[in-house]
Design a protein around this ligand. Sequence first.
Ligand SMILES: C[S@@+](CC[C@H](N)C(=O)[O-])C[C@H]1O[C@@H](n2cnc3c(N)ncnc32)[C@H](O)[C@@H]1O
Length: 291
Amino acid sequence: MSVAQALWNSLQNEVQCSDVALARVEQAGGLSTLVCLLRTILGPAEDAFGQLLTDLLAGRRVVEVVERDDGCVFTGEPDWYLATFRSWWSQERRAMRFVRGRVLDLGCGAGRVGLHLQSRGHEVVGIDVSPLAVEIARQRGLADARLGTLDSSLRAGEHFDTILLLGNNLGLLAGERQGRHFLRKLARTATDRGRILAGSYDPYDGASELASGYHARNRARGRMGGVERLRVRYRQYATPWYDVLFASREEVARLVEGTGWVASRFVDDGAGYVAVLDLDAKLRRRLVESS
Ligand SMILES: C[S@@+](CC[C@H](N)C(=O)[O-])C[C@H]1O[C@@H](n2cnc3c(N)ncnc32)[C@H](O)[C@@H]1O
């Protein structure tokens, strides 16, 4: 079993879920329908992700804790953030053949994927909101790792042939309305042969009773079933709460409609997949004509 698969299995392990917390959420009128995003660079007390990467690199035993807004806590071993190509999820390994040209690695973390593609000769720009993760990606050799968000980090006129949302970073779409908005923005960031590779898993495939309940509560509030409001915790550090989208393949195909992208294929491994999204022909024609 690969490191990544082990993490996946352990994240399935709902180690604690408090019925009390669930009741509290229901009594309080349910989950907030506001969209929560990581819109800015994480502050020193918020960089839980960077802190755990720092300890991991120092050889300490690290357990990542992800807290959900219904009181559930998930734990996992984060070694996969540093995994080399051979230990990646099989769908991510196989998806690498769809990478072309200049690459944007959005939410690059410690540079796991960007470093691999750089070693294969691609020009890669990594962007992340975690100061320590960006520092680590740079130290590990990612030549162009930038601290910030898509909005704050790109230079005028900068375009990419491939945009990566890997390591479950399809999650950055955050939900339906926000996701469509984000995809349109990515279409403007892409070259006329632009492509997105977005990793996720189908949250409904083999969902526990608990997970199905969470999906149902989301839907009752007009949200996509697989939007999870989470924060990452490590030692005394905690990220702000933010929405992470997990979606079925059918939901992804629907979500991209009208955003300039088409879902060309899914590279699968069980519930997990990498969606290959290509700029749609009409938009591509418009871009070519206007260039
Ligand atoms: C699960 S990790 C994946 C890291 C990397 N893509 C990988 O596969 O190894 C998610 C990363 O996305 C970053 N992130 C989350 N929201 C972001 C945003 N809005 N803009 C840029 N980075 C973001 C986090 O700081 C974290 O480093």
